[in-house]
Design a protein around this ligand. Sequence first.
Ligand SMILES: [Zn+2]
Length: 276
Amino acid sequence: MITSHKLTMSAYEHSTYADFVTNYITPINTNYGITIDNLGVCSDDAKNIYGFSFGTVGKPVIYIQSSIHGDEWETAFYTITFVEMIINPSLAPYPLQKIFKYLKYNYSFYYIPVVNPWGFENQTRENFNMVDCNRNFGTWTEPETIIVRDKVQELKPLAYVDNQAMSRTSRHSVGGGVFKTRTLIDNIIKNMNFLLDVYVDPYPIDPYEAAPDRGRGWISTQLSNYGTNTIAILLECGWSQEHTAYLQEKGDFGLNANLSALLHLDNFWKNRTLTI
Ligand SMILES: [Zn+2]
């Protein structure tokens, strides 16, 4: 994409899941009339997992999620902020509004803000059953994982964008699934290195492909509605250890990484530079 305009995340801090639903998810319905789907209860048998569609019906579907690891609660805050800019492009900085309108009218999106609500509330990687949901694909013992699987199988999306965070590292990373998307991932990384004064590298370093028990690994083995396997993209924010304002840095990475991923994906898809 390459743009001199960078998105900047507004201040945010951890809250209860109920407060996150009230302050971030419910307004998507009250402000824009978008239906919020209750996808079912999570592993604590109490907190519901929510999701919603936006963009343009009939266009290629892009599935986005955040906070499958609950201690990576930051990802829900910046990803829903990014999503709201697609729903309402006037929230984006003026020079980028055209880009957000383009995404809104050329794609159909589905978003699950918090895949692991109990972990979000308690700031744990695992769910209530102490299972790492992102390593439960193919095993399917957890309601969180089953909800993601069922939604992906229903939508058969062109792409799956998974927002994660690394808490003990000085780098940001972008990764893929088992489907060969190395060029796409490399382009997103180059763009992030251009946009932000931070270090971004591939995750894992090499090979780029993920194990099939990981969400992005399993999902990228699934056939999409578009003649290719679903393209998995992992956006994994870290922070520079010399920074104290790490929430700001994570948020800035997250917003710009999501935009960069979608625009490079769009380019990749339109030019059919895809191989199976
Ligand atoms: Zn994670």
